[in-house]
Design a protein around this ligand. Structure first.
Ligand code: KG4
Ligand code: ZN
Length: 333
């Protein structure tokens, strides 16, 4: 029997709903972005995010059903991002999911946002285990080892800023709008030369990351140039920053893939949309002879299809939530 999961995602600044068939097939995938409303503040304002979710949630949910040409009684379950994220934002999605599940007598499944990013890959090709996932987003930078479906072992993570956060902060220094990642990516590709910035490797053998020192190095460079009355070349700064981030992320991912003897490596999260990172990982894993995958751009950034894909595995494993579900801003994987 086919299973259709209606999934909802509201952890940050996208209001999203999707219907996923058997965990792997997208039937509908609707995302309403609020980026324009947050742009003038240079980042996501939690209160504004919550208000937008309230306004958009029902519209997006109805649109997901309409595009799928489905009615609630054809659904198997309702899934929603339980955490991590902005608590006020999470609660809008969770309350919508609870109400929908209760009214239609459907089981409710609470999903981890990062599990969702990882499972976006299962919508493109089957995940094979053991697997290594590099999760790089605005809020996360993690290397996750998976022995099987539903098993997540975080072997490395950022000790300060997330990769996407560093991108967004450096973009601000270069007077680029929020979110800055795509702008830095574009600028970096326009440069032939790069400003040399440090690579932060931490202790030998560590799979952890640190990006705040690199961010400070960029800020100091700009400050020193300003003091001397010299103009920076934004393209070269962007390339210098991106080269450092990409080199460290790629090298640590390759080392972990070797050590854990994985069959597949995947990248996930908003920063995995980065062209420089994608091509560095593709080249590195081609040399390693390990299959490497990254979902198409639309599935890299926040969406509900990925939540439906992750929730399907939980549904199969018998995981069920209930109406006492609460937002979990610091939820662990
Ligand atoms: O996964 P996501 O949509 O939201 C979170 O869960 O955080 O990731 C958003 C992050 C932002 O920091 C954005 O600047 C970054 O992903 N991003 C990129 C690119 N596209 C989005 N960073 C670098 N290069 C890109 N092309
Ligand atoms: Zn995300």
């Amino acid at each position: 029997m086919d299973h259709y999961i209606l999934a909802i995602e509201t952890s940050c600044d996208e209001t999203a709903a999707a219907i996923i068939k058997n965990g792997t097939e997208i039937i509908s995938n609707v995302v309403s972005s609020q980026i324009e409303s947050h742009k003038r503040f240079g980042g996501v304002v939690p209160e504004i995010a919550s208000r937008h979710h309230v306004e958009q949630m029902t519209i997006v949910l109805e649109e997901a059903l309409k595009q799928a040409e489905m009615v609630p009684k054809e659904l198997t379950a309702v899934a929603v991002t339980e955490g991590p994220g902005l608590v006020g934002a999470l609660l809008i999605g969770i309350n919508a999911a609870k109400a929908f599940a209760f009214v239609n007598g459907l089981p409710l499944i609470g999903t981890h946002h990062i599990a969702g990013h990882i499972y976006a890959n299962n919508l493109v090709q089957p995940m094979e285990f053991p697997l290594l996932a590099l999760v790089v987003s605005g809020g996360h930078t993690e290397l996750v080892f998976m022995r099987e479906h539903g098993s997540f072992e975080v072997i490395g993570e950022t000790r300060d800023d997330a990769a996407g956060e560093a991108y967004d902060k450096v973009a601000r220094v270069l007077n680029m709008p929020y979110p800055g990642g795509p702008h830095i990516d574009r600028l970096a590709h326009e440069a032939t030369e790069a400003v040399k910035f440090p690579r932060v490797w931490l202790e030998e053998g560590s799979y952890d990351f640190s990006f705040s020192g690199l961010k400070s190095a960029v800020i100091n460079y700009k400050h020193n140039m300003d003091q001397r009355g010299e103009a920076i070349i934004p393209e070269q700064v962007a390339k210098g920053f991106q080269d450092s981030v990409v080199e460290v992320l790629t090298a640590k991912t390759v080392r972990a893939a070797r050590e854990f003897g994985v069959k597949q490596v995947i990248a996930a999260g908003g920063v995995s949309a980065n062209k420089g990172l994608r091509s560095a990982l593709e080249t590195a894993f081609e040399q390693e002879g390990i299959p490497f995958f990254v979902p198409p751009l639309k599935l890299c950034t926040d969406n509900a299809a990925m939540i439906g894909a992750a929730a399907y595995q939980m549904y199969e494993a018998g995981v069920r939530g209930n109406l006492a579900m609460n937002g979990r801003p610091g939820m662990e994987l």
